[in-house]
Ligand binder design. Structure first.
Ligand SMILES: *[C@@H]1O[C@H](CO)[C@@H](O)[C@H](O)[C@H]1NC(C)=O
Ligand SMILES: *[C@@H]1O[C@H](CO)[C@@H](O)[C@H](O)[C@H]1NC(C)=O
Length: 197
């Protein structure tokens, strides 16, 4: 999962595809994906490649330079993933058996316009919604509701699919929640478990 995330961030930062100018390219009139709002809260239903399921509470916050995912693994742990725009991500759990892992990805969070240059694939019905579908660098397939322009679903090349259950524009997670616990900062070695409480 972490390797996949790393790759995502690299690929999404690649230069946008250059459209070929001509009269017979239908995509010249194709719709473009709506940029992400600078701040939003979404609840995602995720189907992992292992076919295990999880919920993700996403708090994307571009002005504050952070993207928070709180994963509830099915009948499993609650995993915090706090990603900062300086490239550092903290993965941790709370309570008994709590642990923390710090990873430096070297790249920041996706920009609101990270879908610029995506290739339009047409309209499809997914999860019961009529959507415009785009693909970017064979890495992400992104479904947006034709009418409301809200994201409905996105799939990564490795088979992880995320289904948007709620999408709340402008919602911001309080700073107190995004502060990684103290044990993330003791004996912290990049890429290794900092602690095993
Ligand atoms: C999860 O994805 C797999 C592979 O696409 C699919 O076979 C399975 O039905 C999905 N499970 C759920 C609960 O959506
Ligand atoms: C990135 O920002 C976070 C939050 O302010 C901070 O905890 C972390 O140490 C920073 N990482 C680097 C490499 O400066």
């Amino acid at each position: 999962m972490k390797v996949a995330l790393l790759l995502i961030f690299f690929l999404l930062k690649l230069p946008n595809q250059v459209a070929v100018i001509g009269n017979d390219e239908p995509w010249l009139n194709a719709p473009t994906p709506t940029p992400w709002p600078e701040q939003f809260h979404a609840l995602l239903y995720m189907n992992l490649t292992t076919t295990h399921l999880q919920l993700s509470d996403v708090w994307y916050d571009w002005p504050n330079g952070r993207n928070v995912n709180i994963f509830q693994k099915q009948l499993g742990i609650l995993l915090y993933d706090i990603e900062w725009n300086n490239g550092t991500s903290f993965y941790y759990t709370l309570g008994e058996g709590a642990y923390c892992q710090t990873v430096d990805f070297g790249v920041g969070i996706p920009r609101p316009d990270f879908l610029d240059g995506a290739h339009y694939l047409g309209q499809v019905v997914t999860d019961g919604f009529l959507c415009n579908l785009w693909e970017k660098v064979d890495f992400i397939w992104y479904y947006e509701d034709v009418v409301t322009k809200r994201p409905v679903r996105w799939d990564f090349y490795d088979g992880i699919s995320s289904h948007v259950m709620t999408f709340e524009i402008g919602a911001v997670l309080p700073d107190s929640i995004v502060q990684a616990p103290a044990y993330c900062f003791t004996e912290a070695v990049n890429g290794k478990d900092a602690s095993t409480y």
